[in-house]
Design a protein around this ligand. Structure first.
Ligand code: NCD
Length: 311
C-alpha cells in the first residue's frame, strides 16, 4: 500500500527533482493558451475539509488542464457528516478508480498514515500546521522569475509563523534549494510552542520589521491564523492597529520600502492587519503573480505524478 506518486511533503525530494519540476511549470506557463481544449482521460477527487479559494480552484483548473476531471467532495454534504472516517471515505472513493486525491485538512488527520493504507496518490493542498508544499513551490517560482535566480536570495517571513504551514514548508524547501529565510513577528508568536516554531529554532529572527526588511530581498507577510489561536491569543499583547504598525505592510512601511524589494503574501489577507490595500496593489507586490503561478505549479505536479495527461 502507499503510492510513490504521493506528494505530502518534501521528504526524499532532491534539489534536482524539484528544479526539473519548476522548469516544467515554467514551460506550461509559457505555452499556455486560454482557448486550449482539454482531453479528459480520468478523474480525481478534491477533498477540502478547510476553506480555500486559491488552492482549491487552481488545483481544479490544473487537474482539468492535465486531463483529469475534478470531482468535488464537500465534507458537510458527504458521509463524513454521518461519522465516516477519512480513511473509509478514501477507501470507498478508490472503488471509482480516481487517478489521485487532492486533500486539505486539519491537524486531526494524518495524511501520511492514510496514504500508507491506500494506493491512490494523495497531493497535499495544505495539512494543518504541518505543510503546504505546493504553496512553497509557487512562492519559489515567483521569486526566481522576478528576482532573477534563487540561490542566496533572502525571504523574510513576517507575522504568524507559529501556525503557518506555508512557513513550515519553506523551512524544508529553503534547505533543499539553497535560499535564505528569516522571521519577524511579535514575541507571542515566537514563543508559541508549535511544531512549526520548534522547527524554526536556529533560523535568523528579527524583532524589528525595519531591520528585517533591510536584510531581505522579498518580504512575505503571513496571515494571522485567527482560527488556530486559542482565545485570539494573537492580539493578547498588541491591538490589531499596533500589530499593523509594528509588523504589517502599513502605508508608513510601504513609503520607506526600497524600489528593488518585493512584497509577498500567500493569501487570503487580513486587510489592515498584516497588509494594507496600497501594499497589495503596489508595483513591488508579487501577490497576484503568486496566485497566477499556483495553477502551473499544480499542473506540473499532477503531470509529474501521473506521468502524462493531454498535451
Ligand atoms: C494559506 C493556507 O491555507 O495555508 N493559503 C493558501 O493556501 N493560499 C495561507 C493561509 O491560510 O493563511
Amino acid at each position: 500500500m502507499g503510492s510513490s506518486f504521493a506528494f505530502i511533503d518534501f521528504q526524499n525530494r532532491s534539489a534536482d527533482d524539484l528544479k526539473l519540476f519548476l522548469l516544467r511549470a515554467r514551460e506550461l506557463k509559457k505555452q499556455f493558451k486560454p482557448q486550449s481544449p482539454f482531453t479528459i482521460q480520468g478523474t480525481c477527487f478534491l477533498m477540502f475539509f478547510e476553506p480555500s479559494t486559491r488552492t482549491k480552484f487552481s488545483f481544479e483548473t490544473a487537474a482539468l488542464r492535465a486531463g483529469y476531471q475534478p470531482l468535488s467532495f464537500t465534507p458537510g454534504m458527504t458521509s463524513v457528516e454521518k461519522g465516516e472516517t477519512l480513511l473509509d471515505s478514501l477507501l470507498n472513493l478508490e472503488a471509482y478508480n480516481p487517478h489521485f486525491f487532492v486533500i486539505r485538512c486539519g491537524n486531526e488527520y494524518d495524511l501520511q498514515q492514510v496514504q500508507n493504507q491506500i494506493e491512490t496518490p494523495i497531493l497535499n493542498a495544505g495539512w494543518g500546521i504541518y505543510g503546504h508544499p505546493t504553496q512553497a513551490l509557487l512562492d519559489v517560482m515567483t521569486i526566481e522569475d522576478t528576482l532573477g535566480g534563487l540561490r542566496g536570495k533572502k525571504i523574510l517571513f513576517v507575522g504568524d509563523f507559529a501556525f503557518s504551514r506555508v512557513f513550515a514548508s519553506h523551512i524544508d524547501l529553503a534547505r533543499i534549494l539553497g535560499y535564505e529565510i528569516a522571521l519577524c513577528g511579535p514575541p507571542a508568536f515566537m514563543n508559541e510552542n508549535t511544531r512549526v516554531s520548534a522547527a524554526s529554532q536556529g533560523i535568523k529572527k528579527f524583532t524589528s520589521l525595519e531591520e528585517g526588511t533591510e536584510w531581505a530581498d522579498a518580504i512575505c507577510f503571513l496571515r494571522v491564523q485567527l482560527e488556530r489561536h486559542a482565545e485570539k491569543k494573537a492580539f493578547r499583547d498588541l491591538t490589531q492597529e499596533q500589530y499593523h504598525q509594528q509588523f504589517g505592510a502599513s502605508e508608513k512601511w510601504l513609503a520607506k520600502l526600497a524600489p528593488e524589494k518585493r512584497i509577498m503574501h500567500p493569501g487570503p489577507v487580513n486587510e489592515g492587519i498584516e497588509i494594507c490595500r496600497a501594499a497589495m496593489s503596489d508595483p513591488r507586490s508579487l501577490i497576484l503573480e503568486q496566485t497566477r503561478n499556483g495553477v502551473f505549479i499544480r499542473e506540473a505536479l499532477i503531470r509529474a505524478c501521473l506521468g502524462g495527461g493531454s498535451k
